[in-house]
Design a protein around this ligand. Sequence first.
Ligand code: PLP
Length: 415
Amino acid sequence: MSVQQPNSFRTGPDERGHFGIYGGRFVAETLMPLILDLEKAYAQAKADPAFQKEMDGHLATYVGRPSPLYFAERLTEHCRSVKTVSGLMGAKIYFKREELNHTGAHKVNNVLGQIMLAKRMGKTRIIAETGAGMHGVATATLCAKFGLPCIVYMGEVDVERQKPNVLRMKMLGAEVRGVTSGSKTLKDAMNEALRDWVTNVADTFYCIGTVAGPHPYPAMVRDFQSIIGRETREQMLAAEGRLPDSLIACIGGGSNAMGLFHPFLDERGIEIYGVEAAGHGIASGKHAASIAGGRPGVLHGNRTYLLMDDDGQIEEAHSISAGLDYPGIGPEHAWLNDMGRVKFLSATDDEAVAAFQLVSRLEGIIPALEPAHALAKVFDIAPTKPKDHLMVVNVSGRGDKDLASVEAFLESKTK
Ligand SMILES: *Cc1c(COP(=O)(O)O)cnc(C)c1O
């Protein structure tokens, strides 16, 4: 496929929310006025230095930013010592340490922005959907901080699977509503949240957890997460006197990846990799890789790559990492894939767990299972690069939440 490359990869979306043929806003007519309201309010907030200044303050004192850029020395040495390269090759690997944020992952960057916007719009009730519970916890956290009631929709299956996060949300004062429709997982929770929004249009703000949903959500969430890439630029310039040569991040809906990638998209020499969850393997059909194993369709208000059967029904995503099992991907990623700007790879459950264990022992950092998928590909890519190649991996969250899943996975392998 030959594609016409745009002058800039950073100007999208267009005024109707399209990234090429992806994105847009496929919503019920009753929601349109709200979406337009939100779009206007966000544009005003974005241009208001007072809003930005307040956000910077909370990012510094509440979230704990900037998150460090860390030279992963033992991992670098490990990748340089593999037989095929025997010390002659191997990139210099840095971690962007989003796992050190308050609540233990990158999601808080986005939720802070959206809850501040909700307050500015005079909204008095916050709703959110959650799969693994991480976005629910981040939303419940900021609703507590700003004194707003919070309702989190969560599939019943996930309520059972993610008990600790349900307890966390309740402790933070949120109401968790179990969703019993469909497959009782994330996509059903998202449908239920959209339904709530339609019925409570006047006072309710819908806080979406990734770069998906109807326009302006994908662009807005990206903007809030872009603090990751902006800091990385400055920190790499300070550490090495130049920009990195490659970036790599895991993809659920794609918000941590978009946040790292976006400020670098127009430096075309920089290689950019997104890593989807291949679960039991793409060929098995049990995966969460929308680009590798899906095709374009419409879900949750936007057109993008989705996991669908031949009748166009959404298929259940599978991954050992609950945070990656969304059956779609943000529309901007879909476009960047078709443009050839971002290369999409995938890592299986086995590869992710191996990386989870090895990185814990090499660096004393237990990564979440989500970024363990990106780290798994670092073991493949880093040894093929020269020693002066600077590589940044987004460590999007910490792995304490995943210890039980990893133990169960390893035990099932020895049986
Ligand atoms: C939720 C989550 C992800 C996946 O979401 P994206 O929108 O793709 O970033 C990745 N890592 C962690 C730690 C998460 O909690």
